[in-house]
Design a protein around this ligand. Structure first.
Ligand code: 5GP
Length: 222
């Protein structure tokens, strides 16, 4: 009994210490407590790259930056389905200027983990982009092929301005020239899933971003 009485409070304290990842300070000077999510990490992931707290803090910063840049104007937010949907809905709620929503589906990947370099618009905007300040919201910019083709299309439709926001950016993989106006995180060359990003239609609902185990996609290719 005495042994249990000593061990229980100690185990509780040890578990709390194991859970905490430490304090992190945002660029705007606020402090955040980050929690380790290793205990709940999906079995198909090699590691967690960005926790939900880190993502939320960065999305708040991007929203504040966009709000300041578009002050006194309204904005057309264009979500590139399906991967950007989680980022889009979080970001939109951090933007405090009037915003219209529209959605596009572009494909360049299929089920593979490398770009085919080919972009097809499978669902176009419902609204007219002419005379609007358009902000394209993307999940990840990899080779840059998708956005280097999409941006001029929207500019040709008479948009007042076309800017790009992405939660992830892999500059080391770039093949096409793209200016990223609002950049969430620069990440290394690895295939990531979660926070809307999929592999073969799976993993989109993981609330953090992680690197997919190579064995998962190798097993499918073989
Ligand atoms: P890009 O045209 O810039 O090469 O590719 C953009 C698209 O490729 C993204 O919208 C996304 O669908 C896909 N993509 C690129 N890298 C990754 C990745 O690491 N993980 C996932 N899930 N998709 C990726």
């Amino acid at each position: 009994y005495r042994c249990c009485a000593t061990a229980i409070p100690f185990c509780g304290f040890a578990a709390a210490v194991r859970t905490l990842r430490g304090l992190s300070r945002s660029k705007r000077g606020r402090w955040y407590v980050l929690f380790r999510e290793e205990t709940t990490m999906h079995k198909d992931l090699e590691k967690i790259l960005l926790t939900r707290e880190e993502i939320a803090a960065r999305v708040r910063e991007l929203g504040a930056q966009i709000t300041a840049d578009y002050e006194g104007r309204s904005i057309l937010l264009v979500c590139i389905l399906k991967g950007a949907v989680t980022f889009f809905s979080d970001l939109a709620r951090e933007i405090k200027v009037p915003a219209e929503f529209d959605f596009m589906v572009c494909s360049s990947y299929g089920d593979a983990t490398d770009s085919s370099g080919f972009v097809k618009i499978r669902k176009d905007l419902d609204c007219d982009a002419a005379n609007k300040d358009v902000l394209i919201v993307e999940d990840i910019i990899d080779t840059g092929t998708t956005l280097s083709r999409l941006k001029p299309i929207l500019e040709d439709r008479g948009a007042k301005s076309v800017k790009i926001a992405t939660i992830l950016n892999k500059p080391s993989r770039r093949k096409a020239n793209v200016t990223v106006d609002y950049n969430g995180f620069e990440i290394p060359d690895a295939f990531v899933v979660g926070y809307g990003l999929d592999y073969a239609g799976r993993y989109r609902n993981i609330p953090y971003i992680g690197i997919l185990k190579e064995s998962v996609y190798k097993a499918r290719i073989l």
